[in-house]
Design a protein around this ligand. Sequence first.
Ligand code: ATP
Length: 396
Amino acid sequence: MTEVDEQAGVDAGAADAGASGPVIELVGVRKEFGDFVAVDRVELSIRRGEFFSLLGPSGCGKTTLLKMIAGFEQPTSGQVLLEDEDVSGTPPHRRNVNTVFQQYALFPHMSVFENVAFGLRAKKVDKVDVRRRSTEMLEVVRLAEFANRRPPQLSGGQQQRVALARALVNLPSALLLDEPLAALDLKLREAMQLELKRIQREVGITFVFVTHDQGEALTMSDRIAVMSEGVVEQIGTPEEIYHRPASLFVAGFIGSANLLPGTVSGHDGDDTVVDLECGVTVRACGVHPPVVGAPASIMIRPERLRVTSADGGDGRSLEGTVRDVIFQGAVVRIQLVLADGTEVVTLVDPDDDLPFLRPGSPVYVCWNPGAVYLLAGRPVRPGANSTDIDQVEAAL
Ligand code: ATP
């Protein structure tokens, strides 16, 4: 354990002793820009030492929410609490949080060491402590050997780590990060995701991370708040939001999902019976079974479907025709079309010997009990949905 760890641990311990509440709390937060409501009815409680992500599509209000925590924007109504204290009217420099933006804004004429030491010097910390704490933080971000370089002499990922060290060296209650990896290329972004998570674990400081990349949020977060049009749709662990999405929006936004619309026709024990528009009746599990006659949808993740050449005859299969077989390295992606034209996606292992999987072949996709999840309402776009950010970016 480095002294930085100890210090962070001591800080956390001291704060814990004084305040057992969450580090950050948002109570009924709303933000209007003129007539436009950018954020509404947000209730959030972020725990000490948590890696918490705000995830949602462009314009959903993530940055506005982060700015209200940092103090760069004031809520129109509601409260922002830091360490149990209402800071809604407190300016940014009086809040014990630091922000790392997409543009790192390092001082180009100063060395890496001086960039990191800057905040401590501004706080008039003793010279010996400045050297010790800055050196330790550079070790945490694995840049000790670059201490004498200037930022322009570093790669994008290294500059990012200097920005992190500079923001963490004061041991803030929370570090706020606004799409900090967006400027990096894909390989570096993936490496930095793991690096960020490691650094966060090592220093034990709460991270609030804004991203529109669901893969990034799933990889790093302890919990995620999924936002859409200014409101929080769901807060949960990556597993919860992936397997038990609270809405069609969350189901379609997180990972790939087959979303098939239908109508509730009955209940069978804990399951809900749904007559799908594609003509098949299935049983689905879900938290809030709607009443008979209600519009509903089922979600089946591609990896939970198996392709066979024969119908299992147990009410857990759909018949379709293979449209495309796409080799993607670790998996083979199979696109099928159901009789009514709805596209469904499934994944198979490249080593599986499935000679019937050719475009135009009739096949069945089947699933195990529990793989079909019930959601209220009907999707805008039935069938296979994907918001894989790399696919979206590649298509631009
Ligand atoms: P992105 O991922 O594109 O950064 P975001 O989810 O962070 O999006 P915000 O930046 O929070 O979104 O913006 C939310 C909405 O509020 C957007 O429609 C934006 O145009 C609007 N907005 C943000 N700041 C202002 C402002 N100062 N004045 C008017 N409208 C604003």
